[in-house]
Design a protein around this ligand. Structure first.
Ligand code: GRF
Length: 203
């Protein structure tokens, strides 16, 4: 069991996964607290959600720090200041820099709406993923939670869920199917990491 876990969440847009995690912390389904939220988008719902709960929220982007490496340093500084020991990407659309990746080695996780390594990488997010999956006549899609490394959607897989695709599924229906499962799956997996059932260092 990891003790006194503080989560730092990075999210770019809507933040429904962030909300699910916040709610799960309140309910004790995740035995941790969210100590900080960072977004590259000053108008994101994600920052509104953290604000509503009085959780410190920061906007770090090309607008605040034109240099990527300075963004990287700032993100690391904020996460350290808020004593974060597990970093959660929840719809964060940017790559992380070397300082954050090094300092939080094997302590950063992401969720992706496909069965990685299939349908991951640059440009593969949201509806783009489901469109490619449908185009390729896949019988299954799914959700992957993985350790974050330098490249988009790379790094060891922590957990996956398989979802079957029906003949009449389209991008929209697939999106709905996947999102409806995603939140619970992320919450469950995060708690399994915290409880020690999953050990990221062994992956
Ligand atoms: C989710 O589909 C997640 O799999 C992907 O980005 C999306 C974020 O949605 N990484 P939200 O902002 O949490 O609503």
């Amino acid at each position: 069991m990891m003790q006194n876990i503080k989560l730092g969440i990075l999210a770019s847009h809507y933040g429904s996964n962030l909300q699910a995690i916040l709610d799960a912390c309140d309910l004790g389904e995740i035995q941790a607290e969210v100590s900080v939220v960072i977004s590259n988008n000053s108008n994101s719902m994600a920052l509104k959600r953290s604000n509503k709960k009085n959780i410190p929220g920061f906007h770090i982007s090309n607008h605040t720090h034109p240099n990527f490496l300075l963004q990287d340093k700032e993100i690391k500084k904020i996460l350290k200041k808020h004593k974060v020991n597990l970093v959660i990407l929840a719809g964060y659309m940017k790559k992380l820099g070397p300082e954050v990746l090094k300092y939080f080695h094997k302590k950063i996780i992401n969720i992706h709406p496909s069965l990685l390594p299939k349908y991951g990488g640059k440009g593969m997010y949201g509806a783009n993923v489901h469109r490619e999956v449908i185009k390729s006549n896949e019988k299954f899609t799914g959700i992957s939670i993985h350790i974050v490394e330098e490249e988009y959607d790379s790094g060891p897989i922590i957990a996956q869920i398989k979802i079957s695709i029906d003949k009449n599924d389209n991008v929209d229906s697939l999106n709905k199917k996947v999102s409806s499962i995603e939140h619970k799956f992320y919450v469950k997996t995060i708690q399994e990491i915290i409880s020690g059932k999953i050990n990221l260092n062994n992956l």
